[in-house]
Design a protein around this ligand. Sequence first.
Ligand code: URA
Length: 233
Amino acid sequence: MRLDKYLSSLGLGSRKDVKKMIKGGRVRVEGRDKISPEISVDPKRDKIYADGALTVYREFVYIMLNKPKGCVSAAWDKKYPTVIDFVPEELRHLSLFPAGRLDIDTEGLCLITNDGALAHRILSPKSHVPKTYIAELDRAVTESDIAAFERGVTIDDGYVCKPAELEMIGGLSARIVIYEGKFHQVKRMFAAVGKNVLSLRRVRMGGLSLDESLRPGEARELTESELRSLENK
Ligand code: URA
């Protein structure tokens, strides 16, 4: 990996900033006399110092994106922008993928990582990680809808959903917590009780809440405590 790319991926600055650091003699690679931004380094093996401090290679990154409408939850797409396009450029080379899918018109909490094991743990149906959504509907939820969701509604293909928590939160907005992740699940669950979802936003996954100060399209890395909270329910 290029030295400037590596330093930038640690959050030490943009590619331009780290190039300046390197040119200013603030970076040292043990055993190398000639340092320039484009030299190739092996961050797992090479001892690389920035401002005298040994840098620590991090294998995994965890990014929270407030997914905007109009992009797909995929690492690559022929037609549409993907959630990866919203990740800071210096992190994009890290084989990132979204942990779980949101529809193209769904907004909100999207976790992007390169940690396949963590993604598997939170997405596995056996984990029953709760996911909370706010839905805007065309008609108000009734008590009988709440009871039906609590029992488990049957969606269009005959699948009986696991019990879900449904709550009216004012006007035509509802909060729903589901413990599984079938294709278009929330929309199909509401369709099963005669309601159309006009817009949908995920606000929580496990113990991790969407940072409401992120505008749609904004992303940042998770804090340590957010990362830990993700696996708590
Ligand atoms: N359920 C849906 O219908 N769509 C999503 O994007 C997520 C859950």
